[in-house]
Write a protein that binds this ligand. Structure first.
Ligand code: CNA
Length: 280
């Protein structure tokens, strides 16, 4: 939209106007839709950032194409490349970012309707967002199972295999299937919880997208389900999806933490979030 089309619900298209809207319009149902860009400041590479993203650094693995690393059919034939890199994206030692803690602050203030995440690093939980306010749309590393019989596999054995970059094999008699963390690969369906929660964006009073290229469906469609007159905010270092096409879209083009700090500052919450973040 051109600047001549005025916003319907905001006084202007700015982070400060979003903060005014939150503080003055009794906002209670904020829906977050987040991705790997939110966790790069924690030291976990995303997929698509040029130079630092995982896809850029996969040439050494000899894959037919980068996405093969997360394709179920490829994994069943050749799981070793996945185990060569899985140590890097597992986040046991990583701390949540300021941005994660800002989302938790919305929860504490009774304003968080749902946080939809594509991330598999579980940093949202570490930041204090409770499970009932989270949709981990692509699963997590918390559990693992056999790709043939579905049997679960012990956590301690899994941890050893990940560190040693070895492929864990199913322990059931006569199975021999490869074991995979219960993250959603291309070719697998998303958890029921994603589909059961998909009506929430349509009734949200604010939608905030953070750190995603919005290129993986069906997740990428969620921001378009926010009602037309409801403000949508994007905190990302590039413009993605349909952002910019609605009069109430507000885009912060920069780092996720930079955007989150600007929003926290405008809301008057910055010091509370900073204190909590440093405490974690
Ligand atoms: P993506 O496609 O890699 O996109 C990331 C987006 O964030 C891009 O637009 C980047 O430009 C942007 N970005 C990166 N760093 C920053 C930053 N510091 N500040 C602002 N913007 C930044 O990742 P998506 O999440 O969109 O893609 C979906 C995949 C990635 C999901 O299936 C995830 O499971 C998967 N993934 C998750 C993790 C994790 O859990 N941390 C890590 C790597 C990949």
């Amino acid at each position: 939209v051109g600047d001549d089309v005025p916003p319907a619900s905001l006084s202007e298209r700015s982070i400060e106007a979003v903060a005014d809207y939150i503080n003055n319009k009794n906002v209670r149902k904020v829906v977050f839709m987040v991705g790997a860009g939110m966790s790069t400041a924690s030291g976990i590479p995303d997929f698509r950032s040029p130079g630092t993203g995982l896809y850029h650094n996969l040439r050494k693995l000899g894959l037919p194409h980068p996405e093969a690393l997360f394709e179920l059919s490829y994994f069943k034939e050749n799981p070793q490349p996945f185990y060569n890199i899985t140590r890097e994206i597992q986040a046991d030692q990583c701390r949540p970012t300021f941005t994660h803690v800002l989302i938790a602050e919305f929860y504490k203030r009774g304003m968080l309707e749902m946080c939809f995440t594509q991330n598999i690093d579980a940093l949202e939980r570490k930041a204090g967002i409770p499970a009932d306010k989270l949709v981990e749309a692509h699963g997590s590393y918390a559990t693992q199972s056999c790709t043939i019989c579905g049997a679960s596999y012990p956590d301690d054995l899994m941890a050893v295999h990940v560190v040693e970059q070895r492929v864990p094999i199913c322990l059931e008699t006569n199975c021999g299937g490869y074991v995979k963390p219960d993250i959603v690969f291309f070719g697998q369906s998303l958890p029921d919880r994603f589909f059961n929660s998909r009506s929430l964006p349509a009734t949200a009073d604010l939608g905030i997208v953070i750190g995603s290229s919005l290129s993986v469906q069906p997740f990428a469609h969620l921001p378009d389900l926010i009602s037309q007159e409801i403000p949508r905010v994007l905190l990302n270092n590039q413009i993605v999806g349909s952002f910019g096409r609605r009069p109430d879209d507000v885009i912060f083009e920069g780092t996720c933490d930079g955007g989150a700090r600007a929003l926290a500052m405008a809301l008057g919450w910055h010091d509370d979030v900073e204190r909590e973040w440093l405490r974690l």
